[in-house]
Ligand binder design. Structure first.
Ligand SMILES: Nc1ncnc2c1ncn2[C@@H]1O[C@H](COP(=O)(O)OP(=O)(O)OP(=O)(O)O)[C@@H](O)[C@H]1O
Ligand SMILES: [Mg+2]
Length: 264
């Protein structure tokens, strides 16, 4: 039975869609059957990250008409995508997402859902359709305060929050540190992804950053996150990884705790 992971934040541009796409590439590399779902119904763009420009059938058709989920699923390299419609003007009920995904959960190991940046029914629909949530933030106060709101919403709705992904990190003193973020949010940070031009290059190539440059620091963080989410250890003989094994970062330790808590 597929595990459904919602990627949320209540701020635009923090990197939700980028991370959903990168996780697709990472889970596929780990041999898992994964479906990425565009739950950002009002301004969807997961398809545009993955070279799916104008799909014939979309999540809008599923929520709006009697199109079966399977009819709108498209294969990408190693994983599947359920795109939403960039052009649709029809009103749909995002709260029905959970019911529709129920029908295909058995066909996947993991379903990763992208979400809207607004505090609206779309975000709620994703939270309700998810077995667990990962909250994305950037290391600054305004974004963290909106991330707190997203975490509160998930808590109110009883969806467990597995952790925080800190994205677009410049490694500057003025940024919030991992411990600042953890102590304010009271949620463990499971991945820290640097701001990296290769992520933008991957976007212009319409492919996941984990495919475009699998050896970058950010891609390795996503691989480690994906591995710990499925109870596996990420082993790679890179200098960075060997160094990390000797001097683990805060998020390395959090991933280890997560792995032991969930899988042992
Ligand atoms: N780690 C990173 N380094 C550099 N650029 C990044 C990184 N992560 C994301 N970006 C870029 O930031 C921009 C916004 O990313 P993305 O569309 O994933 O954000 P989002 O949270 O999904 O936004 P929205 O809520 O509007 O859908 C994109 O151009 C993306 O390539
Ligand atoms: Mg997005």
């Amino acid at each position: 039975m597929g595990r459904t992971i919602g990627i949320v934040s209540l701020k635009g541009g923090v990197g939700k869609t980028t991370i959903v796409s990168a996780l697709g590439g990472a889970f596929a590399r780990l041999g898992k059957k994964v479906l990425l779902v565009d739950g950002n119904l009002s301004s969807p763009n997961l398809g545009l990250h993955l070279n799916i420009i104008d799909p014939e059938k979309t999540l809008h058709d599923i929520l709006n008409r009697n199109v079966k989920v399977r009819q709108a699923i498209q294969p990408y390299r190693g994983f599947d995508v359920l795109p939403a419609s960039v052009f649709s003007k029809v009103e749909v009920n995002p709260l029905k997402l959970k019911d529709h995904l129920k029908n295909i959960k058995r066909a996947y190991d993991l379903i990763v859902i992208d979400s809207s940046p607004s505090l609206n029914e779309e975000t709620l629909g994703v939270i309700l359709a998810s077995d667990e949530i990962l909250v994305v933030t950037t290391p600054d106060h305004p974004t963290m305060s909106t991330s707190l709101k997203a975490a509160k919403l998930a808590k109110q709705r009883g969806t467990p929050i597995s952790g925080i992904i800190v994205n677009k990190v410049h490694k500057k003193d003025f940024e919030l540190s991992v411990s600042d973020i953890e102590s304010t949010m009271d949620i463990p940070v499971l991945a820290v992804i640097p701001h990296d031009l290769d992520v933008l290059r991957a976007l212009s190539n319409m492919e996941p950053s984990t495919n475009y440059n699998p050896d970058s620091e950010g891609s390795e963080e996503i691989m480690k996150l994906a591995a710990s989410l499925i109870g596996e250890k990420y082993r790679k003989n890179s200098f960075r990884n060997l160094f990390n094994n000797l001097f683990p970062t805060r998020q390395d330790i959090n991933r280890e705790i997560f792995y032991k808590k969930v899988f042992r």
